[in-house]
Design a protein around this ligand. Structure first.
Ligand SMILES: C[S@@+](CC[C@H](N)C(=O)[O-])C[C@H]1O[C@@H](n2cnc3c(N)ncnc32)[C@H](O)[C@@H]1O
Length: 262
């Protein structure tokens, strides 16, 4: 998640935990399969986060390949360096998705997963992605539409208020359903869109729902429209519901496979 996405070291470490969940691992696998990466490919990981994404792409492209992990957060890059250290094919640099530190037409493939929804100028980020891809190259851009969040609660009215406030945590909480025109506008062809649905029926520690609940509780506690008391009550509703075996959580991220015409 990441709120403003300006992390200190502790926040980056806390967020990195979510990338170990089975849901996050499965999403990265889906993205790699969509791209059909081959040994020797050169790939950009835009907004590479704590390094799971560039490390796993590095294994997929092998020692003959190259992965360029770019992130604007020094705290995230520090974690990525720990994770990717042994992989000589991975290069990590500080940089901005809006002004990528890469030459025109320099990569075969790129990924931008849960990054563009946090940016004000999505059109600039998409243009940058198109610029660095070689003709014939592919990319996967994956963003959520928070309207896809179906989360059972014994107090639906409070749930609706909290989710409404949580929409403020990123610039474009509906981007997942609105990306196609922006991608076309940059001259990219959308080959297909895969929904990456995460469904949890319990709040166990390794579930995406449990992590999102903690994140939203903290966020809502500081939000003027909610505050700490209502945020706590919202999370308590969910914990009590879980103790009754009634959890239902479903959230969809949309993964766009795009191609730059040859
Ligand atoms: C939600 S995380 C996703 C990490 C990774 N793509 C993954 O799915 O495993 C978003 C990442 O994008 C980075 N980010 C946000 N804005 C950025 C920008 N303008 N340029 C580069 N990175 C950015 C954040 O620092 C964070 O590491």
């Amino acid at each position: 998640m990441g709120g403003t996405l300006d992390y200190d070291e502790a926040e980056a470490r806390q967020e990195a935990v979510i990338y170990r969940t089975p849901a996050a691992t499965a999403r990265r696998e889906r993205v790699r399969k969509m791209l059909g990466l081959e040994s020797g490919d050169e790939v950009a990981s835009i907004g590479c986060g704590p390094g799971f994404e560039p490390a796993e792409i590095g294994w997929a492209v092998g020692k003959e390949g190259q992965v360029y992990g770019i992130d604007r957060s020094e705290a995230m890059l520090a974690l990525a360096r720990e994770r990717c250290g042994p992989l000589s094919q991975v290069t990590l640099s500080r940089g901005d998705a809006l002004d990528l530190p890469m030459a025109d037409e320099s990569v075969d493939a790129a990924v931008a997963v849960q990054v563009f929804e946090y940016l004000e100028a999505v059109d600039t980020a998409v243009a940058e992605l198109a610029r660095i891809l070689r003709p014939g190259g592919s990319a996967v851009v994956c963003d959520a539409d928070f309207a896809s969040l179906v989360w059972r609660s014994p107090n639906p009215e409070r749930m609706a208020r909290v989710l409404d406030a949580f929409d403020d945590h990123c610039q474009h909480p509906r981007l997942g359903s609105r990306l196609a025109p922006q991608l076309h506008g940059a001259g990219l062809t959308v080959s297909r869109v895969e929904p990456n649905a995460i469904v949890n029926t319990q709040l166990d520690e390794d579930t995406f729902a449990a992590h999102l609940m903690t994140f939203i509780e903290d966020y809502a506690a500081d939000h003027g429209a909610i505050g700490p008391k209502a945020a706590r009550a919202w999370a308590d509703d969910l914990r009590e519901q879980d103790a009754r075996g009634e959890t239902f959580f479903s959230f969809t991220q949309y993964c766009y496979l795009v191609r730059k015409p040859a």
